[in-house]
Design a protein around this ligand. Structure first.
Ligand SMILES: NC(=O)C1=CN([C@@H]2O[C@H](COP(=O)(O)OP(=O)(O)OC[C@H]3O[C@@H](n4cnc5c(N)ncnc54)[C@H](O)[C@@H]3O)[C@@H](O)[C@H]2O)C=CC1
Ligand SMILES: CC(C)CC(=O)C(=O)O
Ligand SMILES: [Mg+2]
Length: 351
């Protein structure tokens, strides 16, 4: 009986995680669930955004399902010392799990082109996998300080850090169209120069059948929305991947359609890419599709159950057609949408 540690977190996190757990119970009734605290709520209750009891629970986990952390811009959590803030709890969780490769699929399912603000011809068939490095770069380690009117952070990568995430991107490309675009800012940053050199060397050494090209992040920010069909797998460092994946959410139509899987040395971490959405938290209107699809990625990548994962993806696509949520211009609230997914799970597949 695989054990899933759930970390609902703050804001809409508990609302969308509850929906994902309901769907998981339906497709994989043998799973067991244990809930723990993370983020701002964990700080309020335990004085720590990543409490020891949560750390301890991870040792027993086969996979971890996370909601979201963080508060509104005026939240008192933002005045805490950096290491006590909700987001620091999430970064510490990722580090503790050793999840260095964050897979963020951007997909427009057939028949759902109308949910995209892009012209149907541009949105149709988009299937991009963003592989974001998750444990290095400017979000971690390195020198960082704010002092009076000056502040700095450091972006740092080593060859082993670049190679291990690039291997995940190449592995994914082997099962897809065989094309990898490595995204950097090598025209300005030394750290990108190293990134580009190491990704290219790895490809030339071990993945000669794959096509690799390099693009600058500013140009990709334009091309990913104006011509998304040109991308298969994108591999990039932590900060660039964070920004590009929120931007890419425009393609399917909402942040609420962007799931993720973070893989590494131990149990995987599965979470929607969106934040805690304080503007809609507590209203029962959040789109739970990203969290539900993250549960699908948990089954696919965390527990090697592709059939159950496919069932979820299919049910979400059907529910999006029938009962789109408000962020997509529809009427469905979290509950109605989740019910539609559960109903679709009971509908026999056509073809
Ligand atoms: N992984 C995580 O836990 C993340 C946490 N955050 C934190 O979340 C808080 C809010 O950050 P924001 O910049 O406002 O980003 P956000 O992703 O929470 O929200 C951006 C916009 O998208 C909407 N949105 C997001 N998810 C949605 C969903 N499932 N259904 C419908 N609408 C949705 C929100 O209502 C908002 O208008 C901050 O404290 C931030 O640090 C931000 C990003 C990731
Ligand atoms: C620490 C998180 C708030 C960073 C983020 O936005 C993300 O991982 O998507
Ligand atoms: Mg983000």
């Amino acid at each position: 009986m695989p054990k899933i540690i759930t970390l609902p977190g703050d804001g809409i996190g508990p609302e969308v995680t509850a929906a994902a757990v309901e769907v998981l119970r339906e497709v994989a009734p043998d799973l067991t669930f244990e809930e723990r605290a993370i983020g701002g709520g964990a700080f309020d209750a335990h004085g720590d955004p990543f409490p020891q009891a949560t750390r301890d629970a991870l040792k027993e986990a086969d996979a971890v399902l996370l909601g979201t952390v963080g508060g509104a811009h005026d939240s008192p959590w933002n005045a805490l010392p950096r290491e006590k803030r909700p987001e620091s709890g999430l970064l510490a969780l990722r580090k503790a799990l050793g999840c260095y490769a964050n897979l963020r699929p951007v997909r427009v399912q057939p028949g759902l082109e109308h949910l995209s603000p892009l012209k149907p011809g541009l949105a149709r068939g988009v299937d991009i996998l963003i592989v974001r490095e998750l444990l290095g770069g400017i979000y971690f380690d390195g020198d960082r300080k704010i002092e009076g009117n000056a502040a700095y952070n450091t972006m740092r990568y080593t060859t082993p850090e670049v190679e291990r995430v690039a291997k995940v991107a190449f592995w994914a490309a082997e099962q897809r169209k065989g094309r990898v675009t490595s995204v950097d800012k090598a025209n300005v940053l030394e750290v990108s120069e190293l990134w580009r050199r190491d990704v290219q060397a790895l490809r030339d050494r071990e993945y000669r059948s794959l096509h690799l090209n390099h693009e600058y992040v500013d140009s990709v920010a334009m091309l990913i929305v104006s011509n998304p069909g040109r991308y298969d797998v994108i591999v990039t460092e932590n900060l660039f991947g964070d920004i590009l994946s929120d931007l890419a959410a425009v393609i399917p139509g909402s942040l609420g359609l962007m799931p993720s899987a973070s893989l590494g040395d131990g149990p995987g971490l599965f979470e929607p890419i969106h934040g805690s959405a304080p503007d809609i938290a507590g209203q029962g209107i959040a789109n739970p599709a990203a969290a539900i699809m993250s549960a699908g990625m948990l089954l696919r990548h965390g527990l090697s159950r592709p059939d159950a994962a496919n069932q979820i993806d299919r049910a979400v696509a059907l529910a999006l057609r029938e009962r789109p949520t408000r962020d997509l211009g529809g009427q469905a609230d979290t509950r109605t949408f989740t019910r539609a997914v559960l109903e679709a799970l009971g509908t026999p597949a056509v073809g």
